[in-house]
Design a protein around this ligand. Structure first.
Ligand SMILES: *[C@@H]1O[C@H](CO)[C@@H](O)[C@H](O)[C@H]1NC(C)=O
Length: 228
């Protein structure tokens, strides 16, 4: 019979559809309307914001459902964070480093800092909400490399080697950057002002000395006369 395979197929399709179609037509439609508003909004999460609460916590705490960016697996070390603005305070020998979180689960961050061919110095561990840190004790005129490292239970993010940094201007969106501390411009200015003032003071005293000497006792006597 040529019709029977068709009939069997039709029956199979019907039976496979029925059990699925019922829950769809029943409770889940109401659930969709109550729990998940269809235009789902992204969570108020900025991966570059300092003290940013992890997105999963925002999702759990928020009154309405929101969307988080996808993350790499927690079984893998995090991707490297992205180094952002580095604000130098050359006179104080300080720099404030900003970064953005990778799209990976992160438990902590730390900074690596080294000068020239020196060994990298590891900064203190920072929790996963932190996105900026201060570097202290930078030497005027020094040239440093700073890198941000992210870590989780599976390991730590990679740091490019020296050859990775020496590409034209370094990696634009990588975890590392170069820091050049200017030789103290304000100190030079202070020095110039200081020398200028000293010269001015010297010329003034020379002039006073000169006139006082020429008039011999004139200076003190005139002062006394004005007083009387
Ligand atoms: C993370 O570290 C920052 C800065 O030290 C601190 O203000 C914040 O309370 C810490 N957050 C958690 C969850 O420990």
């Amino acid at each position: 019979m040529p019709g029977s395979p068709c009939l069997v197929w039709l029956l199979a399709v019907t039976f496979s559809l029925v059990p699925r179609a019922q829950p769809l037509a029943g409770d889940s439609e109401e659930e969709e309307q109550d729990e998940t508003p269809l235009p789902a909004v992204p969570c108020d999460y900025d991966r570059c914001r300092h003290l940013q609460v992890p997105c999963q916590e925002l999702q759990r705490a928020g009154p309405t459902m929101c969307l988080c960016p996808g993350l790499s697996s927690a079984a893998q070390p995090p991707d490297p964070p992205r180094l952002g603005e580095v604000r130098m305070e050359a006179e104080a020998g300080r720099a404030v480093v900003h970064w953005c979180a990778p799209f990976s689960p992160v438990q902590q961050y730390w900074l690596l800092l080294w000068e020239g061919a020196g060994a990298p110095q590891k900064g203190p561990p920072l929790n996963s909400t932190v996105r900026r840190a201060e570097l202290k004790g930078l030497k005027p005129g020094g040239a440093y490399v700073v890198c941000v490292v992210a870590a989780n239970a599976a390991g730590e993010s990679s740091v490019p080697g020296a050859e990775g940094l020496d590409g034209a201007g370094g990696p634009a969106f990588g975890p590392c950057g170069r820091l050049t501390v200017l030789p103290r411009p304000l100190t030079l200015l202070h020095g110039a002002v200081g020398v200028g003032s000293a010269l001015a003071l010297l010329s003034c005293s020379a002039l006073v000395w000169h006139f006082c000497l020429r008039e011999r006792w004139g200076c003190p006597r005139r002062g006394r006369g004005a007083g009387l």
